[in-house]
Design a binder for this molecule. Structure first.
Ligand code: SF4
Ligand code: SF4
Length: 336
């Protein structure tokens, strides 16, 4: 256990957590919505500091981040718990803390040990992922600066529901974020995820304004967020509010967790989403969860030459030269 960051003490030993947009007000002996933060006698404590429940070396493309050190390895860690409860969560066994026993699973490491493990594995970055980095922020905030000192980058894979205060504290050491834009209807966020849309949109704008590299992922679920109107709204938000160079990853849904009865996204729908992105003027649109798709490659937005060729999560070829297309000289938005 460790005392939490970003909380206020209220009357009667209640506390208010300001780490995410839920802003839970928690009475003594009670827990926040994420089920990892507990008010113990008027002090907010996190139960997930220093204990990872998942830890792997992944290609950075798996996050997905396609324009951030392409072809590099990311040391990926996550703790138990999440501030959302998505009906389609692929990591529900570790994201949903349904019993306190889950908080005892996994293995413990100090921040310095995590950094050393990442270096030993030849990684370029540490990715805080699998569940939601916001709810293990205290751990990230101790690892991040050490990672920076050791020459590593830090990336979040997030639902974007953190507060701007949390992003402000992270910005000295946070290099890139992939945010899930899961829908463009507030009602969908409330019903299927236990969240809200507006804070997610604001977080993405804040990330861009802070100069942190951003990529956006949208899992397209049949009957939930796949209408032409909603696909256009998502694409236009990214283009108009975040910038046409922000990559948009359109991801194919497969049945799972509480949505076993929903069909996989059709390839036709994924193409319609891509068209919505093109119509909005986005320069980099990718289709994920479709093996061997040509829509995983990075094309030059000007001459359409293939610049980065991918097969699955592997970079097969990277022709970007000094940040430019070797054919026409167009400057490509890529980090590293
Ligand atoms: S991090 Fe957890 S306790 Fe804090 S506001 Fe979010 S859900 Fe509530
Ligand atoms: S935000 Fe991600 S980890 Fe959390 S419940 Fe939703 S899909 Fe799972």
């Amino acid at each position: 256990m460790k005392e939490a960051l970003l909380y206020e003490k209220l009357d009667n030993r209640k506390v208010k957590c300001n780490l995410c947009a839920h802003h839970c007000k928690i009475a003594p002996g009670k827990w926040g919505i994420c089920n990892v933060r507990e008010n113990i006698n008027g002090t907010l404590q996190t139960h997930v500091y220093g204990r990872t429940i998942a830890r792997h070396v992944d290609p950075i493309e798996k996050k997905p981040l396609y324009h951030f050190y392409p072809g590099s390895k990311a040391f990926s860690i996550g703790t138990a718990g999440c501030n959302f409860h998505c009906d389609f969560c692929q990591n529900c066994a570790i994201s949903q803390v349904t019993s306190p026993g889950i908080l005892e699973l996994g293995s413990t490491s100090s921040p310095a040990e995590i950094v050393q493990e990442a270096l030993d594995a030849g990684c370029r970055s540490i990715a805080y992922t699998y569940t939601e980095p916001t709810i293990f922020f205290e751990y990230c905030n101790d690892i991040g600066p050490l990672a920076r000192e050791a020459g590593l980058k830090n990336v979040f894979v997030s639902n974007g529901f953190m507060t701007s205060e949390m992003l402000d504290i992270s910005s000295p050491w946070l290099d890139a974020v992939n945010v899930d834009l899961k829908a463009y209807q507030d009602e969908t966020y409330r019903r299927l995820m236990g969240g809200r849309l507006h804070p997610v949109l604001e977080s993405m704008k804040h990330i861009v304004n802070k100069g942190i590299w951003l990529e956006v992922t949208s899992l397209i679920i049949p009957g939930i967020n796949d209408s032409q109107g909603e696909l256009r709204q998502m694409a236009h938000f990214i283009a108009n509010e975040l910038g046409v160079d922000v990559p948009w990853h359109i991801s194919r849904f497969f049945p799972g967790y509480k949505m076993e009865d929903v069909s996989p996204t059709s390839l036709d729908t994924l193409q319609k989403a891509k068209e919505a992105g093109e119509e909005a003027g986005l320069n980099y649109i990718y289709i994920g969860n479709v093996p061997a798709s040509a829509d995983q490659n990075t094309l030059c937005p000007s001459c359409l030459d293939t610049l980065i060729e991918r097969y699955g999560y592997q970079v097969v070829a990277n022709n970007i030269t000094n940040g430019q297309c070797p054919q026409c000289g167009y400057r490509i938005s890529v980090v590293g």
